[in-house]
Design a protein around this ligand. Structure first.
Ligand code: GDP
Length: 175
């Protein structure tokens, strides 16, 4: 259990998804309100922390990025271990990245069982005109694996506060 006292929570959230879907960008935008048009291939830390106030509950989120390791499919148990939640991220303009989410979900469930809260995230919502993954299909897929579904843009800072509040509330309900 993560509650150190009433209303105080600390949760580990891992980011998963194909390279270049925007994992590092989402984390940097949300935690530090920064965005770079270039690929942020390595960040200094393996995770960044952010404190959220949700009514009477205070949540410290440790958000873990893969730091490019997904390319080698080398994410070991240390990456997943102890995760309370996972964001399965794809790029709405890249169908292959959506198919990759399905593989990550299976891998995560193999590693963690059904314990973690899952949210499927369609990123790059600012590129709506280039969308190739149907929103309804993505919502249905998320439902089929007991995950929530959210769309975001790290570039335009759309949906990120809602996303992290949503996963925090779900984790509070679960733990
Ligand atoms: P990662 O490999 O999954 O961590 O992806 P990055 O965060 O490095 O992002 C890959 C590329 O996509 C970079 O060029 C980012 O600037 C760009 N990017 C990330 N998020 C968005 C977004 O919401 N909209 C657009 N248009 N580009 C984005």
């Amino acid at each position: 259990t993560s509650a150190s006292s009433e209303g105080e929570f600390r949760f580990k959230v891992v980011l998963l998804g194909e390279g270049a879907v925007g994992k590092s960008s989402l984390m940097l935008r949300y935690v530090e309100d920064k965005f770079s048009p270039r690929h942020v291939s390595t960040i200094q830390a393996s995770f960044l922390s952010k404190r959220l106030d949700l009514g009477d509950n205070h949540v410290d989120l440790d958000i873990w990025d893969t730091a490019g390791q997904e390319k080698y499919h080398a994410l070991g148990p240390i990456y997943y271990r102890g995760s309370h939640g996972a964001l399965l991220i794809y790029d709405i303009t890249d169908k292959r990245s959506f198919e990759k989410v399905k593989i990550w979900v299976r891998e995560l469930q193999r590693a963690l069982g059904e314990t973690a809260v899952l949210i499927v995230v369609g990123n790059k919502l600012d590129l709506e005109s280039e969308r190739t993954v149907d929103r309804t299909e993505a919502i249905q897929y998320a439902k089929s694996v007991n995950a929530e579904y959210v769309e975001t843009s790290a570039k335009e800072n759309l949906g990120l506060a809602d996303l992290f509040e949503k996963i925090s509330s779900l984790m509070i309900d679960k733990w």
